[in-house]
Design a protein around this ligand. Structure first.
Ligand SMILES: NC(=O)C1=CN([C@@H]2O[C@H](COP(=O)(O)OP(=O)(O)OC[C@H]3O[C@@H](n4cnc5c(N)ncnc54)[C@H](OP(=O)(O)O)[C@@H]3O)[C@@H](O)[C@H]2O)C=CC1
Ligand SMILES: O=C1O[C@H](COP(=O)(O)O)[C@@H](O)[C@H](O)[C@H]1O
Length: 502
């Protein structure tokens, strides 16, 4: 690996005592180190209010990775020695002075040429203040590069996202800002472009002449866990649809970029978001439906409903499920519905994209006892990773009947290595200065404007029927009806190594 692929970097984590740092960031840094993607010239400074020491942080780092330690990697203590801690108050200028002193010393000790990643792993209300203090107190004024990584949620609606953006932009240029959407770090989400643009067989069919509808599902078995307070202000629409679901829609629907640069890819994704047909409140109920889980059963155990969760209003109108029909008004997609659905406490954990092709104009097999199955291309994002293509073949034996034939590619069984965690890739991309898999402000601007119409309408119209689905099911009945009235149904979400049940 060259110096270009192993940049000497200093990472500052704001919120180093928190959940995200422990569960995602420390293990990702360890994996990068383990795979030789970090040069020895790296240091991590964790900051938060707690009066921890370097040793407390190193211990926490060790605890967070101990389940994943590779026995072939040298002394783990050597890895932990790259971590430092500073008790910090984000609003006090003197904290930034102390931080700068430490960073300059570490640049010197680890021979780092002033390259700095500032990772905001804390509540968004602090992002603007931190960005502005980093600049005013000279922490970004180095010989190397400075980059700001911003966690979600990036705003609550368009006005708040815009305000946050303006605050950050006063201190950092757009190309220094890395807004995390962890779905963009997933292996199979990154594979969408390759499947589409590296295969001659798909691109000619990728339009309204051959595709009848597209279904994107991201369902979870978990409830809101200990995030009831945050979720009450967010709901599934802001938590999942505004970011992850719309990102997947734009990757599936975009035109081929003229080259694979961040700007060109982004420019095509933005065109999709601009072409989304805006929702009119008067017809919104025909396009978007919401749900909230009530008590139910998961794996044979009773679970409570959303309204009984901690920090949740017992009369809450917050949606834990959304299904929607999107229309993209351009030449390629006019008339093709994109159905999306996402929810908590559903019967399985699964993210899949199903592309359903149109029937043949004249099907020679209609006279047989059974009709042919529509061709489906299924992209398995998680937990299994792979692709399934469903074709029709001849039933074996002296018969003219057709039978569905399933062609599977499963990452999990073909590549024995585990695919990297999304955070690991995104952190590495940030070190390399590659913004492709981060959300640009223009994308957020358009997605919030699209979502705001729906959330405003829902806020004004309290749902009378909540809870309307039982925990452990696939959501409310209205989700099935959304497709049924167009003559479609949700395809089953089987794993890529299972036989598809027709
Ligand atoms: N956890 C997750 O899985 C995910 C989290 N996110 C986002 O990441 C961010 C962090 O989330 P999470 O780690 O869960 O949150 P936590 O509440 O677990 O952590 C918050 C961190 O901020 C620190 N903090 C709070 N106030 C201050 C302050 N005034 N000055 C300095 N430090 C402060 C806390 O430390 P201390 O109390 O010691 O000051 C703590 O380290 C949020 O924006 C969240 O939405 C996004 C996706 C997933
Ligand atoms: O961003 C979020 O995503 C997770 C789901 O992520 P996944 O990688 O497990 O699919 C969701 O649980 C969380 O509410 C949301 O904030």
């Amino acid at each position: 690996m060259t110096a270009r692929t192993k940049p000497k970097t200093l990472i500052v984590i704001f919120g180093a005592t928190g959940d995200l740092a422990k569960r995602k960031l420390f293990p990702s840094i360890y994996h990068l180190y383990n795979k030789g993607r970090l040069s020895e010239n790296f240091a991590v400074v964790g900051v938060a209010r707690r009066e921890w020491t370097d040793e407390t942080l190193r211990d926490t780092v060790y605890q967070s990775i101990k389940g994943e330690i590779d026995p072939n990697v040298g002394d783990l203590k050597d890895f932990c020695k790259h971590f430092f801690y500073l008790p910090f108050d984000v609003t006090s200028k003197s904290s930034y002075d102390s931080l700068n002193t430490i960073l300059n010393k570490l640049d010197n000790d680890f021979d780092i040429p002033g390259n700095r990643i500032f990772y905001m792993a804390m509540a968004p209300e602090f992002f603007g203040t931190i960005a502005s203090n980093l600049k005013s107190e000279g922490l970004t004024n180095t010989k190397g590069w400075s980059r700001l990584v911003i966690e979600k949620p990036f705003g609550h609606d368009y006005p708040s996202a815009n305000q946050l953006n303006e605050e950050i932009r006063e201190a950092f240029d757009e190309d220094q800002i890395y807004r995390i959407d962890h779905y963009l770090g997933k292996e199979m989400v990154q594979n969408i472009e390759v499947i589409r643009f590296a295969n001659a067989i798909f691109e000619p069919l990728w339009n309204n002449r051959y595709i009848s509808n597209i279904q994107i599902t991201s369902c979870e078995t978990l409830g809101v866990e200990d995030r009831g307070g945050y979720y009450e202000t967010s709901g599934a629409l802001r938590d999942m649809v505004q970011n992850h679901m719309l990102q997947m829609v734009s990757l599936i629907a975009m035109d081929p970029p003229i080259r694979l640069t961040p700007d060109e890819i982004r420019s095509e994704k933005i065109k999709v978001l601009r072409a989304l047909r805006p929702m009119e409140p008067i017809e919104l109920d025909n396009y978007f439906i919401r749900g909230q889980y009530g008590p139910g059963e998961m794996n044979g155990k009773s679970v409570i409903g959303y309204r009984e969760e901690e920090k949740v209003d017992p009369n809450s109108g917050t949606e834990t499920f959304v299904a929607g029909k999107l229309l993209i008004d351009n030449h390629r997609w006019a008339g093709v519905p994109f159905y999306i659905r996402t929810g908590k406490r559903m019967s399985l954990k699964s993210t899949k994209i199903v592309i359903q092709f149109k029937e043949l104009p004249m099907n020679l097999y209609f006279d047989q006892q059974q009709s042919t199955h529509p061709n489906l291309l299924i992209i398995h994002i998680q937990p299994d990773e792979g692709i399934t293509l469903l074709l029709n073949g001849k039933k074996v034996g002296p018969t003219g009947e057709t039978t569905p034939v399933q062609l599977d590619y499963s990452n999990n069984s073909v590549d024995s290595i585990n695919t990297p965690e999304a955070y690991e890739r995104l952190l590495y991309d940030c070190m390399l200065g590659d913004t492709t898999n981060f959300a640009h402000w223009d994308e957020l601007n358009l997605s919030w404007n699209f979502i705001d119409v729906i959330s405003n309408y829902w806020e004004k119209n309290h749902p009378g029927d909540f809870p309307n689905y039982k925990a452990g099911t696939m959501g409310p009945k209205a989700s099935e009806e959304l497709l049924k009235k167009d003559g479609f149904h949700w395809w089953s979400l089987f794993d890529s190594d299972e036989k598809y049940e027709v």
